[in-house]
Ligand binder design. Structure first.
Ligand code: ATP
Length: 399
């Protein structure tokens, strides 16, 4: 029976909004204030700041680089003769061409004239030290060893007072010693090398007209060969001095160059395509080091590569250096009627919320809340005479 009553109450009940004009300074100001807040949000934040009238697309890009420079180490009296030579980019940029990155050698350990044969294992390799040939299993190699063991235990080539396993390997094996110690890199002059970064970008979503590169239209050959990027003096020069990139990233070139590291060059293209494309769509460069400069375990960046002279002879290089990674980011924005209408529509809907908030405040948090409840809600029975407005208000308010 109870359920039936609840059901019939629900079924035979209808609510319709009523418009109540409240002549009150306080309530009026509150309503206008809320409307002003919503309007400023829609106009100021959504439409102007967030550009709600525009459609956005990510930039698409390709990057190529060319490094130029020469280092000359002949005059340094503190290094072995093998390191006294002229170095150009073909010696120091490994590999010569990469996608969105380049590596420049800043320090190097050379092991010349290696040939395949038998020699002593590096004593620093874990498990290389031996007391007798029983410690050296013929044909097997140690986990980070340089070759396969012959099965003999022999005095080390590097230090004859200790015994190590003999190995079949490229001999002599590398001596892991920096030519200038751990304070200075051999190729400090690479700080003066320059790199030309060519960055081609487009916004295919907005058509083929929105295409450009980071070399400005008025640049010529002489400008490219002589300009140097500088945030204040020449922010659109696409040629960067390596030492400058490192200092823009907040690092010391000499320290970084000893063991190497990784630096990211970011190119940001945030373009308003409603304005003149070539004039207002320009790159902004920023630089940061991404490897950990404060670690003692596996610091920096190095790898080995070799030059083969003939079938059984090579020169081994352990190259330390800086790897530069180029990331291109950004968005193009262009007027479109669809996001404009969507944002205006949702803004208008949001204006309705001000009424809800205002009602909530005056019906629950003002001194005259009972009176406001009375005038806002009117109970009408279909089968009865309409009750006088004032009495309904008082009846409802006192509940
Ligand atoms: N790293 C760099 N530093 C300064 N100028 C550079 C650099 N790389 C290239 N340039 C100069 O920029 C211009 C365009 O270079 P690009 O590689 O397109 O042409 P190029 O004639 O093949 O260059 P080059 O023969 O000099 O290597 C050339 O004048 C070139 O000398």
């Amino acid at each position: 029976m109870g359920c039936l009553k609840v059901f019939s109450n629900f079924l035979f009940w209808y609510e319709t909004p009523k418009v109540v004009h409240i002549r009150s300074k306080k309530v009026g100001i509150l309503g206008r204030f809320l409307q002003l807040c919503v309007l400023s949000y829609i106009v100021g934040y959504v439409m102007v700041y967030k550009k709600g009238y525009q459609e956005f697309a990510n930039v698409e890009s390709a990057v190529v680089t060319k490094v130029k420079g020469v280092a000359f180490t002949n005059t340094n009296p503190n290094i072995p003769d093998i390191y006294k030579r002229i170095w150009d980019t073909s010696d120091l940029i490994v590999p010569p061409s990469e996608n969105d990155a380049f590596f420049i050698t800043t320090n190097i350990i050379i092991t010349p004239n290696q040939s395949r044969g038998a020699c002593s294992e590096d004593p620093d390799v874990f498990g290389a030290l031996c007391d007798s040939s029983h410690n050296c299993v013929g044909g097997q190699s140690l986990p980070i060893g340089n070759g396969a063991m012959t099965g003999r235990c022999i005095p080390s080539d590097a230090n004859s007072s200790i015994n190590v396993c003999e190995i079949f390997a490229w001999c002599p094996i590398e001596q892991d010693i920096f030519p200038l110690g751990t304070d200075r890199p051999l190729l400090e002059e690479t700080a003066d090398f320059t790199v030309l970064i060519k960055n081609f970008i487009e916004f295919p979503m907005f058509g083929k007209t929105f295409r450009r590169r980071n070399i400005m239209e008025d640049a010529n050959k002489t400008y490219l060969q002589t300009c140097n990027f500088n945030q204040e003096r020449d922010p659109f020069c696409p040629v960067f001095r390596i030492g400058d990139i490192v200092s823009f990233a907040g690092e010391n070139f000499t320290q970084l160059a000893v063991r190497g590291g990784v630096i990211v060059i970011s190119i940001d293209w945030n373009c308003n395509l409603d304005w003149d494309f070539l004039e207002f769509c320009k790159p902004i460069y920023s630089f940061r080091r991404v490897d950990d400069p404060n670690t003692n375990i596996a610091p920096g960046w190095n790898f080995r590569h070799a030059n083969y002279h003939e079938e059984n002879r090579r020169t081994l290089f352990k190259s330390y250096g800086i790897r530069f990674v180029i990331e291109v980011r950004g968005q193009g924005a262009k007027f479109n009627i669809l996001p404009t209408m969507l944002n205006i529509g949702s803004g208008l809907a949001l204006l309705g919320v001000t009424t809800v908030v205002c009602d909530f405040i005056i019906l629950y948090f003002t001194k005259k809340r009972m009176f406001y409840k009375g005038v806002k809600f009117l109970l009408v029975n279909d089968d009865a005479e309409r009750e006088p407005l004032q009495s309904t208000a008082i009846t409802y308010g006192s509940n």
